[in-house]
Each structure stands twice: as structure tokens, then as C-alpha cells.
Design a protein around this ligand. Structure first.
Ligand SMILES: [Zn+2]
Length: 80
């Protein structure tokens, strides 16, 4: 029997045969460092949880993320 060792990126879990490749993969991922701002809506899911986030990453880049609204969301928050 031949045993084979693999290396797995701890961020995306992609397997590699070479350790250097897994190390490179881990270093290539940008990680969120700070939530810059959180936007809320007057109704719907975005009333309770932010529907727009602005996130700063480990390389100082900034990205915006919008909450997906489900098809059956009528846009009205139920207070009951
Ligand atoms: Zn990876």
C-alpha cells in the first residue's frame, strides 16, 4: 500500500499534492478585516438585518455586499 499525503487550503478547502501550492492558495485569499458600514431597509428582511454591507479586506480593498431577498418576501416587516 502506498500512502499519499495531500495538503488542503484552510480557507477554501481545495486539496493540493504540493505543500507550497496550498500555502500559496491560503496566502491568495483576502479576509474581511472590518465592516465599514451596514445599511438597513425600512421594510422586509433588510429591516432586521443589514441588507447592504461595506467590508474592508486585509489588503485595504473595499467591497459591497447586498442581501439576497427571497422571492416570497413581500417587503413588509411583521411586528407580531
Ligand atoms: Zn484556498
Amino acid at each position: 500500500m502506498i500512502e499519499k499525503q495531500i495538503y488542503i487550503c484552510s480557507t477554501c478547502e481545495k486539496p493540493y499534492e504540493e505543500k507550497d501550492q496550498a500555502v500559496y492558495c491560503e496566502a491568495a485569499h483576502l479576509h474581511p478585516r472590518e465592516i465599514f458600514s451596514a445599511g438597513y431597509s425600512k421594510t422586509g428582511r433588510g429591516y432586521r438585518i443589514p441588507d447592504l454591507l461595506t467590508v474592508k479586506f486585509s489588503d485595504d480593498s473595499v467591497e459591497h455586499y447586498r442581501l439576497d431577498q427571497p422571492e416570497d418576501d413581500d417587503g413588509v416587516f411583521d411586528f407580531s
